[in-house]
Design a protein. Sequence first.
Length: 398
Amino acid sequence: MAKINKNYSKLKPSYLFREIANRTKAFLEKNPEALVLRLGIGDTTEPLAPSIIKGLKTEVEKLANKKTYTGYGDEHGDIRLRSALKDWYKKRGISLDVSEIFISDGAKPDTSNISSIFAPDTVIAVQNPVYPVYVDSNIISGRDNFVFMPCIANKNFIPDLPEKKADLIFLCSPNNPTGVVMNKKQLKKFVDYAIKNKSIIVFDNAYAAFIQDDDLPRSIYEINGAEKCAIEIGSFSKSAGFTGVRLGWTTIPEEIEIEDGGMGALNKLWSRRKATMFNGPSNIAQEGGIAALSPEGLRESAKIIAYYMENAKIIKEGLEKIGLEVFGGVHAPYIWVKTPKGISSWEFFDKVLQETQVVGTPGEGFGKYGEGYFRLSAFGNRENIQRAVKSIQKNLKI
Ligand SMILES: Cc1ncc(COP(=O)(O)O)c(C=O)c1O
């Protein structure tokens, strides 16, 4: 008799964004005339940079021609893209070999799948509030050994080291949802902890391109010792607008040593997993990725990122003007708003929707320590963002 995976019943019944969609739909059914302004989901809205479009088209054209057609590629990714990423790291003083870089169809699948190369009883540390994928993917695979690292206002939303010994530590910086970024000193504490405790860090740097200050780390390998204890997961989604195109990567340095496998074991296991369960990313997406990492692609995408960061500034300053307490939004496209008068984040969600027609994301959806906060996304077109801020300023009763 086939049986279902009962671990799914341990997940929260409704995924955050579905609940938001349901409440927004109910509001629109009652108020069909309302123009809802969506600042909830962190999805890109601006067209891709011209040089990236050119790259994507080049591959499409190749597929149209018998002589240039290609089918399955390297399941670890096109060597040209891995080399381009190697160069990207090199510019930041990081030395990685192409064999340590694995191209994927995005950071979400990689952050979900990475735990599969670790033992079932692995103790997992995650920030709280947290990008829900790190927790849910581990629950689905049967793990319940979590250590939560609270990210609270009086510590600038930067986590302390895990209170209980953790084997695998997920860190996300710049952070979704709080919008704050860890500096080198703060990250170094985690690297030292990992080396001392033989733990491994999984560093999600999906928002690295939004960092405005060159002294802040865009990669964990900017920290001494990280090459011995850290896996990094990156994405083209937010840096190049690939949320729909789908492309990301994972780096696993050979130097990482794991107690029962030795040096290089994690790289080999991930390589094996990829060869078994993945047939490589789309060749079209990869050609786009190569274009995105070219000097022209980086320059053009930087303009789009600057546009989103100007949106973030408009939201941040606009909300501060009416006395709301606001965090993030300087090195990340997320603004983390403290709900006024201690109301719950779902109450605030409903209030903002009813009074201003703006949709945000209740902080509680990212974990217990997100309660009392509300996330606004700076992705979106300028007009929408300005309208949303004006509506909040004019209509929100606080
Ligand atoms: C922290 C974080 N990691 C990963 C992702 C997903 O990235 P991708 O689109 O590459 O799967 C997101 C998307 O919102 C995110 O916020």
